[in-house]
Design a protein around this ligand. Structure first.
Ligand SMILES: [Zn+2]
Length: 392
């Protein structure tokens, strides 16, 4: 299914622009017409992180006339392994400004608009309305559903991508011509079930593989060429080096774009996705200790059994002295329970306190009523107790 171009062509290209884009201009499918359409295009990139970095750089280089960047974060050293739009000297700077500077360096003809705010139900429609197309480079489910719902409600196409370790996915969601993200994933995964890149890691170059697919699809939609990735999900496995695609059909029962929609306006996405499950919240209430408290217990020889519920690779990077590693999954599968001592107070920790709260709920349900967890996890521990240790 080919689709008509999203954007009308600009009146002309300048002599400088013709020189700059000559390798596009001599491709018959792009040509002067396609390049003029790119010049007239307004594309919004949500996030200037792993996917947003390569996406913005290639969109800029390709000659997309206006690029919007939604980003409120600052550049952290741990971003640089994959977020190549930022450099060493940008650490601590606004990501939006850092991204704008790189875009301007790649292509000074691009008009860059910064939206230095967190995308939410109050601003998303107003921001999206200004653009022809959205590139979704978000890394969490709440924002993903927000982007999808706003795009569907406004009738805008968007190019979606997701990355985790060596696995990537991409698709184009455009309710007018195919399915939306909710047709594919009607429900957000239960909190704690799908680890984020911050928890599970991501191969840096995977961002480029998926981000470039997103730009490829954006260019096709803007210029009206080729077969857009509408109704198809691209699945990339970098370890096996395979690209597979599966058909995604529009779900007639989709809550948003189906025949009898139940979602007719934006909703509370944090609640829909639940950063921490209700069970975990209940378990953690009144049973959360600080890293300082843990240190005091250790120093006074309190009889505790400290369990690190992260993954082995994380444990290798940094750990709290005296912690025994038992990954979260072993609790979810039930295998870990027999290893729990009956005569010691159980103290759990993870990276920041989300996963340990989930495990705490499991332990409480299994009868270990006095188990507690460490708020802030190993990151809090390093910040407060052992600042010389690395964080990730
Ligand atoms: Zn749908």
């Amino acid at each position: 299914m080919s689709l008509p171009p999203l954007v009308e062509p600009a009146a002309e290209l300048t002599v400088d622009e013709v020189r700059r884009y000559s390798r596009h201009l001599i491709i018959p499918d792009v040509g002067m017409d396609g390049q003029k359409r790119l010049k007239n295009s307004k594309v919004l990139c949500v996030g200037a992180g792993g996917l947003g970095s390569p996406a913005l750089m290639y969109l800029a280089a390709a000659g997309v006339g206006t690029l919007g960047i939604v980003e409120f974060d600052t550049v952290d050293e741990s971003n640089l392994q994959r977020q190549i739009i930022h450099g060493q000297s940008d650490v601590g700077r606004s990501k939006a400004e850092s991204a704008r500077d790189s875009v301007k360096e790649i292509n000074p003809y691009v008009n860059v608009i910064l939206h230095e705010e967190r995308l939410d139900v109050d601003n998303v429609k107003e921001i999206f309305a200004e653009y022809d197309l959205i590139v979704d480079g978000t890394d969490n489910f709440a924002t993903r559903y927000l982007v999808n719902d706003a795009a569907v409600l406004l009738g805008k196409p968007y190019v979606w991508g997701s990355i985790y370790r060596f696995d990537g996915q991409a698709s184009v969601f455009w309710a007018e011509h195919g399915p939306c993200y909710r047709c594919l994933y009607p429900e957000a995964p239960p909190p704690g079930m799908v680890p984020s890149c911050a928890e599970g890691g991501v191969l840096g170059v995977l961002c480029a593989s998926i981000g470039s697919i997103q730009v490829n699809e954006a260019i096709k939609l803007l210029a009206g060429i080729g077969e857009p990735l509408v109704g198809r999900l691209m699945i990339y496995d970098a370890l096996e080096m395979t690209y597979r695609q599966v058909k995604v059909r529009k779900d007639p029962n989709c809550a948003l774009c189906g025949e009898n929609p139940t979602v007719t306006d934006l909703i509370d996405y944090e609640a829909f996705c639940g950063a921490v499950s209700e069970e975990a919240q209940v378990a953690a209430a009144g049973n959360t200790i600080t890293p300082k408290q843990l240190k005091e217990w250790q120093d006074t020889d309190e009889d505790i059994f400290l369990i690190d519920v992260r993954e082995p690779a994380e444990y290798e990077i940094v750990s709290i002295p005296g912690a025994t590693l038992i990954p979260k999954n072993e609790f979810l599968l039930g295998n870990a329970l027999e290893k729990m001592p009956q005569d010691k107070k159980i103290v759990l920790h993870c990276k920041t306190g989300v996963r340990s709260a989930e495990v705490l709920a499991v332990l409480h349900a299994a009868g270990f009523a006095d188990a507690v967890h460490v708020g802030g996890g190993v990151i809090g521990w390093v910040n407060q107790i052992e600042p010389e240790k690395p964080v990730y």
